[in-house]
Design a protein around this ligand. Sequence first.
Ligand code: CO
Length: 135
Amino acid sequence: MILDLDHVGIALPSLKEGLATYKNQMGFEHIHTEEVPSEKVRVAVLLAGNTRVELLEPTSEGSPVSQFLRKRGGGIHHLAFKVEDVEAEVERLRMEGVELIEPAPRKGAQNSKVAFIHPRSTGGVLIELVERFVR
Ligand code: CO
């Protein structure tokens, strides 16, 4: 089952500039920064109340986020929804004919397990499913 919205992922060229806006000017709480080698991104996690925003900065030219920035120049990159069991959810969606980016879940930020649904299946929105063990 797909549960609540977990976070909104925003792609930008520089976390430093992103934090200057979202943390310093808008006042979001910056709770964590981490490099996620499997996604070739550095992620800053911020909270606005209970709403989570993840700023994504590419760490290499080959990062999917680099491609996104070249094509779209930054903006909302994905929406992430919580799931209790990402393996089971991926299997269920596959049976429903939903197209996933990769065949199996992988490791996301903060030890989470994640899988992505292809925008072709969702009206143009990259959807992340996240099974989370810590805040
Ligand atoms: Co995400």
